[in-house]
Design a binder for this molecule. Structure first.
Ligand code: FO1
Length: 343
């Protein structure tokens, strides 16, 4: 017999990718007390370069909530310098053929490197990614809980039509890591499949948070490669499906386009609709509400035909006031939100 579900607390768990989720979290921070917020963050994008453990989505959220993000790029630190990257020129010039040392396609700023040094050293000392993430959060005085989805590696692998840089010069489909697809290939090559590799489980703190939080928000992140890795972990879809009435998703697609990144193209290439209806079909088993932008209001009936309730409010977070309104409307749309929003 299954154990009875643990009692809900008053927290809000936010299932998060990178940039879109970070902006949504900023809106939520303006709307509710920070002690109520916990982000469960994608680590499928994590990579290892120069021997360093890099967690881009965790860092994007940390730097955004610390007001230290570069606002133009949406990743990395503001007022960054790139001297270490430039110094790799010397070694790139003598690197033997076939060596991947001194890689320069993934830009690590001088100050950002300190985060990767710390994370790598602590993981090597035996700390879990959940512990290290909390330490980095404290160092940046981020006031909400940040939880990696897993303490083990679950890597997003993208099958691309061709990888022009690969060694064998044969051409044709190739499996590459998410950062190879996103940064090295500038997400400009067609994708024919996405899978998630690695024996990983939902981290215990992330699990307890998803089980107990009063409300679960799926942030406006790429449903396939930012939310998909968490959903690929054992038991997650069952957990969310069992709490469907408390789960609300915000569409990352507005007017048929992704606000950032390749989500729109990727949805089409992988056989989905690049529209709020396509997003609703992906989420209807695990969430009861989809929040969409007014430009998509004409698709509200089609969204509701998937079995989700549709809520319409501006979702393009171009100002703090819009982000806060989106947070408030999102929370008010689901039963479990409990108390009225506001501090
Ligand atoms: N994105 C890029 O487009 N180019 C980069 O060189 C790059 C470096 C980088 C370094 C650290 C970091 O935390 C993020 C970085 N990103 C870069 C962003 C990252 O690839 C994406 O934001 C996510 O993985 C997609 O959510």
């Amino acid at each position: 017999m299954n154990a009875p579900p643990p009692p809900a607390d008053d927290r809000i768990a936010v299932i998060s990718g990178g940039v879109g989720a970070a902006r949504m979290l900023r809106g939520l921070l303006a709307a509710v007390d920070p002690s109520r917020l916990a982000a469960v963050v994608n680590t499928g994008d994590d990579t290892e370069l120069h021997g360093l453990s890099i967690s881009p989505d965790l860092d994007t959220i940390t730097y955004t909530l610390a007001d230290a993000i570069d606002p133009e790029r949406g990743w990395g630190l503001i007022d960054e310098s790139w001297r270490a990257m430039s110094a790799l020129d010397r070694y790139a010039a003598i690197r033997p053929e076939g060596s991947r040392a001194a890689a320069q396609w993934f830009n690590l700023g001088d100050q950002d490197l300190a985060t990767h040094f710390y994370r790598t050293a602590r993981l090597r000392e035996g700390a879990t990614l959940t512990e290290v993430t909390d330490e980095i959060r404290r160092a940046w005085a981020v006031p909400i809980q940040l939880l990696p989805m897993s303490d083990q590696r679950r890597s997003t692998i993208v099958t691309v039509a061709d990888d022009p840089d690969r060694d064998d010069a044969v051409g044709g489909p190739a499996d590459v890591s998410f950062q190879d697809y996103f940064v090295r290939l500038r997400h400009s090559v067609p994708v024919s499949a996405v899978r998630f590799d690695g024996d990983a489980e939902l981290a215990p703190t992330a699990r307890a948070t998803l089980e107990r939080a009063a409300t679960i928000v799926i942030a406006p992140s790429n449903p396939l490669v930012s939310i998909g890795p968490l959903r690929s972990l054992d038991g997650v879809d069952e957990l969310l499906g069992g709490r469907r009435d408390d789960v609300v998703a915000v569409s990352p697609i507005v007017g048929g386009a992704a606000l950032k990144g390749p989500a729109d193209r990727m949805l089409v290439e992988l056989g989905h609709d690049a529209s709020v209806v396509g997003v609703a079909r992906l989420y209807s088993d695990i969430a009861s509400v989809l929040v969409i932008d007014p430009v998509d209001a004409h698709l509200a009936d089609a969204v509701e035909q998937t079995g989700m309730r549709c809520v319409i409010t501006p979702t393009v977070m171009s100002t703090p006031a819009i982000a806060r309104n989106l947070a408030e409307v999102t929370l008010a749309s689901v039963a479990g939100s409990g108390e009225p929003v506001g501090q």
